[in-house]
Ligand binder design. Structure first.
Ligand code: GCW
Length: 608
């Protein structure tokens, strides 16, 4: 399947070597007879300029990759019925527009909901060249240019990507190269110990030497490797803490090794105490990233990028912007998003993410990050994303990574128009359903920013107290009187990690935006919200509304003329979402009714 490129008839041949060659192929096979003048100016890099020539011709100017992005711009504009009648120029906001795959060498994907790995089978690199080329085409046509193919939890034998599997990695990199996509590899910080160093201490000379030697071998095989992605001292992963070193010392050691080859080290900041004692009220997980990294601001080498999850917890339906993304002004930062719907419906429930991303950018100064990354929702299912409508998240992520100012409505509309041949009314219906899907999902799941309340470990379906006495620090402390954690100065002090403006906006429950109330505050059920409702009534209303809106969404969605096989997949998953929404609605309402003893003011059924 070709997803949003299903109108392109010809497959990409295997003998193209450069993005510029691919650009010409794509243009000439999409628009035979149209004149294309391709002017390569390497200094322009990914940037491009398109000038219409007379009635049916174009001059494209750009770098090697810029020409390819220009080609996809012309093609997708035309397929969307938009004519390029005047010159346009464009350049990406970020040099690195990354996708992180959590694929293991055995073919399993951690938090994968769309089949098995496209890259690995039976402990080895093993893939279909045609599917890789199609994936390259999809990623390049949405402007993405870096792909990390293996899980940040580097399970053996994935470490061999830097060793025995290097020829295979080089071959895979070669297939992606014409699409302007550079590979990245997740590395195991303790790997030198597999080679007799006896330590992985970043300040140990034998360890530094091992990584230097490894980097030169890797770059000899894959000269354009973007770099290494590292999850260290996180959820049990090895890292510098074991040697009393901080993360600047760890990252800088690796940075030194890849620097001569133009490589970067992307160092993840998802470090927190994942063995917390639930009795310990002094520890508040959302504070962890700041506590581990803020004091290191400015100490990282210039080819180190800290990759920070967009929120302080872990890809919940609603989280505040991570304070680290606002606080580290002397360090290169990338914001990490998640396309894989780990906590957002497993690519069963509809959950279009761009409205959530746009909210993040409302509070993120544009100069604060210099790159973005997203955890992949890809797998070897025929449609790549499990739910065919989940592909909107990959496509619109690409548009956002290219231009964070992209409008959510036009981005989703563009995806719909490229993917389906619908009438304007049908298209409008699908666009509005997709754009409302996140808010609907949020309404029937954990209320008002409290997060979690989900089936432990699997993270699909409701379990209000599933994590309440666990090690992961994800507590809501709901009792007969109140719910939530006071994260203000008078509580855990989490809010003190933010600039003044943030503290003012979220610090007072009377003025805190409703949807973040239970993230920042502990409130009694009879707390009166700004619209006059009590907190408990709001929780009941949101859940009944979420279920109702899911039912009306199903009606409208299943009435749309989706082609097969999408129609069948959409129907089955919509049925499962309806079931999931009812489970969430009833279980959350009953949970809070049993605790508070307060009935629904509108007399709706809450099960005892
Ligand atoms: O979201 C959590 C997931 C883990 C994941 C981890 C991370 C790859 O439950 O599956 O590990 O975060 O982001 O490293």
């Amino acid at each position: 399947m070709k997803l949003w490129l299903n109108q392109l008839k010809q497959a990409v041949p295997s003998d193209l070597n450069t993005p510029a060659e691919l650009a010409r192929f794509e243009l000439e096979s999409a628009f035979p007879g149209v004149a294309f003048d391709l002017c390569q100016q390497d200094s322009m890099g990914d940037a491009y300029r398109i000038e219409p020539l007379g009635t049916d011709g174009f001059r494209l100017t750009g770098g090697n990759t810029g020409l390819l992005y220009a080609a996809y711009r012309i093609i997708t504009d035309r397929l969307c019925g938009e004519s390029l009648s005047s010159p346009v120029a464009s350049s990406p906001a970020y040099a690195l527009r990354m996708v992180n795959c959590w694929d293991n060498a055995d073919g399993e994907i951690e938090r994968g909901y769309s089949g098995r790995s496209l890259f690995f089978r039976n402990g080895r690199l093993d893939y279909s060249d045609d599917r890789i080329r199609m994936l390259g085409r999809l990623l390049a046509s949405s402007g993405l240019n870096v792909l990390c193919i293996n899980n940040v939890n580097v399970h053996f034998p994935a470490q061999l990507l830097l060793e025995d599997y290097l020829p295979g990695l080089a071959r895979l990199a070669g297939i992606f190269r014409p699409f302007g996509i550079r590979l990245m590899v997740s590395v195991d910080f303790s790997q030198p110990m597999r080679h007799g160093t006896g330590t992985a201490d970043p300040l140990d000379p034998s360890v530094r030497e091992w990584w230097k030697e490894t980097a030169s071998r890797v770059y000899a095989a894959v000269p354009d490797l973007a770099g290494f992605l590292v999850k260290a001292d996180s959820e049990g992963r090895p890292g510098p803490f074991a040697y009393g070193r901080n993360h600047a010392e760890g990252a800088n050691m690796l940075a030194e090794a890849v620097k001569p080859f133009g490589g970067v080290i992307v160092w993840r900041c998802f470090v927190y105490n994942c063995r917390q004692d639930w009795r310990d009220t002094g520890t508040d997980r959302p504070k962890a990233a700041w506590e581990h990294y803020a004091f290191l601001d400015g100490q990282f080498a210039d080819n180190v990028i800290l990759q920070v999850k967009h929120g302080p917890f872990d890809f919940q339906v609603r989280e505040p912007l991570s304070p680290l993304l606002l606080g580290m002004k002397k360090t290169k930062l990338a914001m990490e998003l998640q396309l894989a719907q780990e906590y957002t419906g497993h690519q069963i429930d509809l959950y279009t993410m761009i409205p959530m991303w746009k909210e993040l950018y409302e509070e993120l100064p544009s100069d604060r990050i210099m790159s973005v990354a997203a955890v992949s929702n890809l797998g070897d299912d025929e449609n790549y994303t499990g739910h065919p409508l989940a592909a909107v998240n990959l496509y619109t992520y690409g548009l956002l990574a290219w231009n964070p100012a992209v409008d959510a409505v036009s981005a989703v509309t563009r995806w719909c128009r490229l993917t389906y041949r619908f009438t304007p009314e049908q298209e409008q219906t699908l666009v509005s359903l997709l754009l409302s899907s996140r808010r609907i999902y949020e309404k029937y799941t954990a209320p008002l920013g409290i997060g979690w309340m989900v089936t432990p470990h699997d993270h699909y379906g409701p379990n209000p107290s599933g994590y309440e006495y666990d090690l992961w620090g994800t507590y809501h402390k709901a009792d007969r009187n109140a719910v939530g954690i006071d994260r203000t100065h008078s509580g855990t002090g989490y809010l003190d990690q933010y600039p003044e403006a943030f503290r003012e906006k979220y610090g007072d429950p009377a003025s805190c935006p409703d949807l973040y109330l239970l993230f920042y505050h502990r409130l009694p059920y009879d707390f009166v919200m700004r619209d006059g409702r009590t907190l408990i009534q709001r929780i009941y209303d949101d859940h009944f509304e979420g279920l109702e809106e899911t039912r009306s969404m199903a009606e409208k969605l299943l009435a749309l003329p989706f082609p097969e096989p999408d129609a069948a997949v959409i129907r089955v998953r919509m049925e499962r979402q309806l079931y999931n929404a009812r489970e969430w609605c009833d279980i959350i309402n009953t949970f809070f009714h049993r605790l508070s003893g307060i009935p629904d003011g509108k007399g709706r059924t809450i099960y005892d």
